[in-house]
Design a protein around this ligand. Sequence first.
Ligand SMILES: Cc1ncc(COP(=O)(O)O)c(C=O)c1O
Length: 430
Amino acid sequence: MIFTPTKYQLQTVATGRVFNDEGWTLDDKQCDKPSMVRPIYEKKQLDVKKEACLGLYRYADWLPIKTMLKNPSEPITYKSEGLANHLGLNNLYITFNGWWPERKARMTTCSFKEMEAYSVCARLGDEQKNQMLVVASAGNTARAFAKVCSDNGIKLLLCVPQDNINALWFDKPLNPCVNLITTESGSDYFDAINLSNVVCEMDGYLAEGGAKNIARRDGMSTTMMSATTFIGRTPDFYFQAVGSGTGAIAAWEANLRFIGDGRFGTNKARLMVSQNKPFVPMYDAWRADSRAMLPYEAEQARKDAAEICAPVLSNRKPPYGLAGGLYDALKDTNGDIFAVSNDEANAAKALFEETEGIDIYHAAAVATASLQQAVEKGMVKADDVVMLNITGGGEKRFHAEHELYYLKPDHIFKIDFTKEEVERVLAEMR
Ligand SMILES: Cc1ncc(COP(=O)(O)O)c(C=O)c1O
């Protein structure tokens, strides 16, 4: 199939300035305030392609990509019966990201981070492909990028905390174009981000960009595109567990595009996001009605991150306060943040499996528990149209059905690594 990339320009949220994407633009250099930039797609009406083999590229009209990669998957949405009955909801829609072949969910890395990876890697042009893409992750993002880059021969360097490397399982051995460096045991996601920042200052390495990469957000927005096109309108509520909040920001941005599309109503889904106690820095800032994150001492943050059952939700520097970040998204949609304990998440995980028939990740269970809280508090009513983003699931099932291969680190760095050491190690690896 001949692919013609969709046309778009970038817009700075803080100032409204519209300008061209130079290929891998992450920021507006003319803007002196912290701000997201967003793509403004030429096609205002989304034409979802019919071919199932295209996976998430069926939504290519609203993806900033130059190509389509091999083996793409996509989120699926269905109307819940089991969990919906249990909660007394008449319009609960579940968007499932993961492995559930009977429902045509075929993400072999079992989380919605696969959507980021397929979109970000398809944004790479020839100029970027000469460099090595650098991705820092607490686990699921790393697995997703590793799979997509391995299948498509894209050079990748992963930076992951050593304690999370058991998340790097695959159903086949990886192409050697994928490399892994870690920060020692006891370190967290933030330490891995620090390591990746040092790497990205060196020649030949390309910062993936995190939440500021439009392809990352729009890849994740395929969850909202799946739900809205399935339901026929944008939902009243959107539930998701957050670490960075990127997925929720992406859902909000897609919602705004759907309003512009004109065929799916004018409703803005209220973003109901959740964090895992005791690691709840965005919850704390939101409760204090603060755009700025509150002080969070590094040692305490590492300790809290080690306690939560969903470690993928432990991001200490989320894109919360910048223009177009999570704070703005919550204000604009009359949203809220919930805090969920490990016990509540474990109970919700068991409840989901019992009522829907598939295992889910703890992060997705945090979102499910927050929906329970919202129903109990009367925030969500029986007839409201609710989208529950199950950001990862089916791993138990996938593991039972496949032989697994684990990625081993090429080097383990101490938390107090030096730039010289990083340069030396990477030179030896190349
Ligand atoms: C399964 C799962 N759910 C939710 C999240 C949180 O996503 P975000 O960082 O976009 O808030 C993550 C992050 O890694 C994840 O892996």
